[in-house]
Each structure stands twice: as C-alpha cells, then as structure tokens.
Design a binder for this molecule. Structure first.
Ligand SMILES: [Zn+2]
Length: 354
C-alpha cells in the first residue's frame, strides 16, 4: 500500500502533516498561457507574402500557409478557382522564404477541389499524398497540416489525410468556433473564416478572443488586397460580399488585437501537437534519496512528439533546488508556483531549500 501511495499526486508529507509538499499538473497551453490562437492562410495568394508576412514578422507571430499543389510554380504566377478571376499566387521562392522564417507550410489539396464522399479512397489518398510529397520535396521539411479546400470535409477524406501521414486537418466552423484541447478531432479542427474587412469587425474579434479561455481559436485568412486595388474594384463592381480579402491595415489591426490578448499564438503544428501530446501525458512522483522525482510519461508512443510540455508546480517552499538534464539550479517560487519545461520521459529531481 505504501508503494502505491508514493505514486499518487499530490505528494504528501507523513501522516502527522497532511499538507502537500508539491502538486504538479500539466498546463493546458505552453508557458501556462490562458488560450491559444493559430493564424492560418489559404490559397497561397501573393498578397499573403507581400503584406501579411512583413506584418506577422513585425508582431512576432508565426502562421500556417496552405498551398495548392497545381497552382504553385517556381516563381509567382497567376491562377484561379473555377469561375473566379486570376489571382497572383506565391511560387516556391516565396514559400521557401516563409518556411525559412519559421512559418508552417500546410497542404491545401493538390487540386483546389471538392471531392464527394463517394470518391474512391485511392483517389482521395493520391490527392492528399501528392501535395504533401510535392511540398516536402521542394522545401525539405515534413508537412503535417492539411487545410481542406472549401473547408469541405467528410470521413473518407479525413481517413485519406490520416493515411497520407498528416497529423492535422483544418476544417471550417461548426456550431462551435473553438477547439477544446481535451476533445478536438485532430482531423477536423474548427476555424473561423475572416470573410471581409468588417466580418468579423474589430469588436467581434475581441469578443471571440475574450470568450475562448482555455481553448484554441484558429483564424482562416486569405488575400490582402489594398484599398483601391484593381482586384478590390472588380469585387466591388460585382458586389461580392464575402471577398475573403482584407485591407492590409485591417489585418494589422487584427494583429494588434491578438498581441493584446497575451495568448499563445503559434502555427497549427505547434499548438495541435502540444494539445495531443498533453492529452496522452501523465506525471508521476517518486521519492528517491531525500529528493522528490517527477517524471513525464506519454501513455501512447504514437503521441510522443518529443516536444516539451509546461508543468505547473505548486509548493509552499520559498525556493527549490531543481536538477534537470544534469544541471542543478536553485529557483525561487513566485506566489507558490514554478513553471517547468519537461520533455516526454524526462525526470526532474526537486529538493526544498531549508
Ligand atoms: Zn482555398
């Protein structure tokens, strides 16, 4: 019985004093941020590179860019969805620059097409695997995220995306707007589409952020045509309401609002992997030679992505001696709390400074 007890959380002192020495729990999000946001783009329109990329860099955000295989040439080129006017797209030259600057490149179909659920599974697999391989060959980096064209998603397509080796599939909005880190479907991550300059408005975007404590909001952007540009004029002439386009200054306003949120803002691959690994992570205590040893386990090796998780350690001690990865250091607690960064299967040994 004694052996069983020492594995339980929190770690207790002997019977005469039941006050816990330490409690440890896994933070929902990296660095114990209250919520997470991913900024995603579709179609690899050239304006994403021309206007969004410098603004993302200015505010220190990394985003996820969805690429359509058949639209991408070495240099910028023009292409269009059926029935739409030609839009300048990024080439590998621009996409590589994004990738080298820490942005995530995602697949957005080899073709920008809706494949009905009755499509042969082999065709769905070919469609999704072909674009993955293309991006990987051109950039030398593994592609983990798939953005469903038109956010059109069904079970056979989700299965193909998984079989092709993707870790995540980003879909559109459902009856809900946020992803619960403990329950979201990695192959059907919900996202909120930015439809035009006023939908959502700055006020609506702030509200979206306020309402998402503990959860993950994925924003779906497209092009950024400037005020008075030829493209904006064409859309205004045809009275297109959902332009899927923003003025660059509106996008910058969005970035300012995100910056004020103090949430964790990172690409889909980073936020999604943290959430999935955390779902399968367990903390265990052990007492060893007067020290308390905390270990982080992953219960299913398939979800061991080798990324560090944030552990919230609470203690009544004023400072601790922490031994991690052969380094020993003393750490003062802040309001009884210390945040630790732990990799899967890593151990941390703790001792209270008397
Ligand atoms: Zn698209």
């Amino acid at each position: 019985m004694k052996n069983v007890l020492i594995w339980l959380l929190p770690l207790y002192l002997p019977a005469q004093n039941q006050k816990p020495l330490f409690t440890a729990e896994l933070a929902l999000w990296k660095n114990n941020k209250p919520a997470a946001v991913s900024i995603t783009f579709d179609d690899a329109d050239y304006t994403e590179f021309e206007y969004a990329f410098p603004l993302l860099e200015k505010y220190g955000f990394k985003a996820t860019f969805g690429i359509v295989g058949e639209w991408t040439q070495d240099n910028a080129s023009f292409s269009a969805e059926p029935g739409y006017f030609n839009i300048k797209k990024m080439g590998w030259k621009q996409l590589k620059t994004l990738s080298q600057n820490g942005h995530e490149l995602a697949a957005h179909g080899y073709h920008h097409r809706k494949f009905p659920p009755v499509t042969q599974p082999e065709i769905l697999l070919e469609e999704t695997a072909k674009v993955k391989k293309l991006i990987e060959t051109r950039t030398g980096k593994t592609v983990y995220t798939y953005h469903y064209p038109y956010s059109f998603v069904h079970e056979p397509l989700k299965k193909a995306v998984r079989r092709a080796g993707f870790r995540f599939g980003r879909a559109g909005e459902k009856s809900w707007k946020y992803n619960n880190p403990k329950t979201f479907d990695p192959y059907e991550i919900v996202s909120v589409a930015i439809l035009n300059d006023t939908t959502p408005s700055a006020g609506q975007l702030k509200k979206l952020l306020e309402n998402q404590q503990g959860r993950w909001l994925v924003l779906m952007y497209h092009r950024l045509f400037p005020r008075g540009s030829k493209e904006m004029k064409i859309m205004q002439y045809h009275k297109v309401f959902n332009t899927y386009s923003l003025y660059p200054e509106t996008f910058e306003k969005h970035m300012q609002i995100l910056k004020q949120s103090h949430y964790w803002i990172a690409p889909v691959i980073e936020v999604g992997s943290y959430a999935l690994e955390r779902r399968h992570a367990r903390l265990k205590w052990k007492k060893h030679c007067g020290r308390y040893v905390l270990k982080l386990f992953i219960d299913d090796p398939h979800y061991d992505f080798g990324i560090p998780l944030t552990v919230i350690l609470k203690t009544s001690a004023k400072s601790l001696i922490i031994k991690q990865n052969k380094h020993t250091h003393t750490m003062a607690t802040q309001a009884g709390t210390v945040l630790l960064k732990m990799y899967p299967n890593e151990k941390i040994s703790l001792k209270i400074v008397e």
